[in-house]
Ligand binder design. Structure first.
Ligand SMILES: Nc1ncnc2c1ncn2[C@@H]1O[C@H](COP(=O)(O)OP(=O)(O)O)[C@@H](O)[C@H]1O
Length: 212
């Protein structure tokens, strides 16, 4: 099977504060053909909002508008996508899902540094303890393309970047050699059904708050 795109799309997800943006910035420096999309920034720049949540003090992202803007870019491949919500992007557009995890006391410190209010910190700590983002990823994508990585320390972050770069190089090598990536078959098979799921999906707006 021919590759669907020349470079893979990597989704870096995780509870706010687990290290997505920092990891993605490091990744972008290493993957010269990649384009980094911080979805919080992207949604703001493209005005993909459906309202403002006073309680959370954050904009509510309109996932349909977001996907309308982003899909043509993801189709090109080579995207590093940074967002805490991962069920927005159809399975056919994503080749690897990385879910960053971190210790709760570390996360607390990071979110406090970011000056989140107490309720927002607690909400994110609860989500991290319950593994909400990881569960969403497993519910949304084939288990084989979802990987959970610890991101408590700078060394772990470096290791994570090395691992994602190595995975990308391997993906490129497989496609260059014309070797069928078994994930392709799974994704292609799932795509039409998944598209239908996406059409039918009425996302809870609560799950798509802009986190920054
Ligand atoms: N693995 C890590 N080791 C040390 N500091 C980290 C690590 N991951 C993130 N940080 C720090 O935590 C803060 C939040 O990271 P950030 O990348 O903005 O998280 P996110 O994008 O998931 O909200 C930043 O100050 C960042 O430098």
């Amino acid at each position: 099977m021919l590759p669907r795109r020349l470079n893979p799309n990597v989704l870096v997800s995780g509870t706010p504060g687990t290290g997505k943006s920092t990891t993605c910035e490091l990744l972008q420096r290493r993957l010269k053909d990649a384009t980094y999309y911080n979805i919080s920034d992207f949604a703001r720049e493209h005005n993909c909002y459906s309202g403002y949540d006073e309680g959370r003090k954050s904009h509510i992202v309109d996932e349909d508008l977001l996907l309308d803007e982003l899909e043509p870019l993801l189709r090109k491949g080579g995207a590093i996508v940074d967002w805490h919500v991962n069920d927005v992007f159809p399975e056919r557009l994503i080749d690897l899902v990385v879910v960053l995890r971190c210790d709760n006391s570390t996360l607390y410190d990071r979110l406090q540094m970011r000056k989140y209010h107490d309720a927002k910190i607690q909400e994110n700590l609860d989500a991290e303890i319950m593994g909400v983002v990881m569960q969403d990823a497993l519910d949304s994508y084939a288990q084989e393309i979802v990987v959970e990585l610890r991101s408590d320390t700078a060394d772990e972050m470096d290791e994570n970047v090395d691992r994602i770069v190595a995975w990308t190089e391997n993906w490129l090598k497989q496609h260059k050699d014309g070797v069928t990536n078994e994930l392709d078959g799974q994704n292609e098979d799932a795509s039409s059904e998944e598209d239908q799921d996406y059409e039918d999906d009425t996302q809870s707006e609560d799950s798509s708050q802009s986190d920054k």
